[in-house]
Design a protein around this ligand. Structure first.
Ligand SMILES: [Mg+2]
Length: 195
């Protein structure tokens, strides 16, 4: 890889934006429930809310119409982290629905100075045709920063190095191509060691 810039794929939810905590806040307020982050111990997040995937998907659509989604907080140190990674070839890859793209772009452009990282929306959650691993392979991504254990493992098995953001829902996810990281500071350290 000496002559070519490392290509780094970056997930959005729970890597750049604080999705699960924001969704829990919205859900608890709307349904008067008391779900806490530590309970979310599966990537099948809908199970935590006693929903099936499509029921969850429909509440998720409502959520994306609110400021809980449109003004979702950034993960600690992510803005500085993205700035420091500018020497690499960056690509944001999310399984979010394509129709959320403009809202996210607007939020990123407002909050991150000179934001110019390309965004790819796979629609994977909604039954899109390509998996994240297929997309990452096609894009020739060398390192993926991800929190979802299913995507992480699929990419790892396809030879992509994964920096897995440590979350309650991915604690049992392990593979020789997966490095667990606790925050953006550690992401930068690991990438420094991989380049
Ligand atoms: Mg995610």
């Amino acid at each position: 890889m000496e002559n070519k810039k490392l290509k780094i794929g970056i997930d959005i939810d729970d890597v750049v934006l604080d999705f699960v905590p924001s969704f829990i806040n919205y859900y608890n307020l709307r349904f008067d429930s008391k779900i806490i982050l530590g309970e979310v111990n599966t990537s099948k997040i809908w199970e935590i809310f006693g929903l099936d995937k499509s029921g969850f998907g429909s509440i998720l659509e409502d959520f994306h119409e609110t400021d809980f989604s449109k003004k979702m907080p950034f993960i600690t140190n992510v803005k500085e982290g993205l700035e420091k990674l500018k020497e690499f070839d960056l690509q944001i890859v999310t399984s979010r629905h394509n129709k959320n793209k403009e809202v996210i772009l607007e939020w990123f452009r407002k909050e991150i100075p000179n934001f110019n990282i390309p965004l790819l929306f796979s629609d994977d959650f909604y039954g899109g045709t390509s998996t994240k691993a297929q997309i990452c392979k096609k894009l020739e991504i060398n390192i993926l920063i991800e929190d979802n254990p299913v995507y992480a493992l699929d990419c790892a098995e396809n030879g992509i190095k994964v920096l897995l953001m440590d979350k309650p829902w991915n604690r049992t996810c392990e593979h020789e191509n997966i490095l667990r990281v606790k925050d953006w500071k550690e992401i930068l350290e690991k990438i420094g060691g991989l380049k």
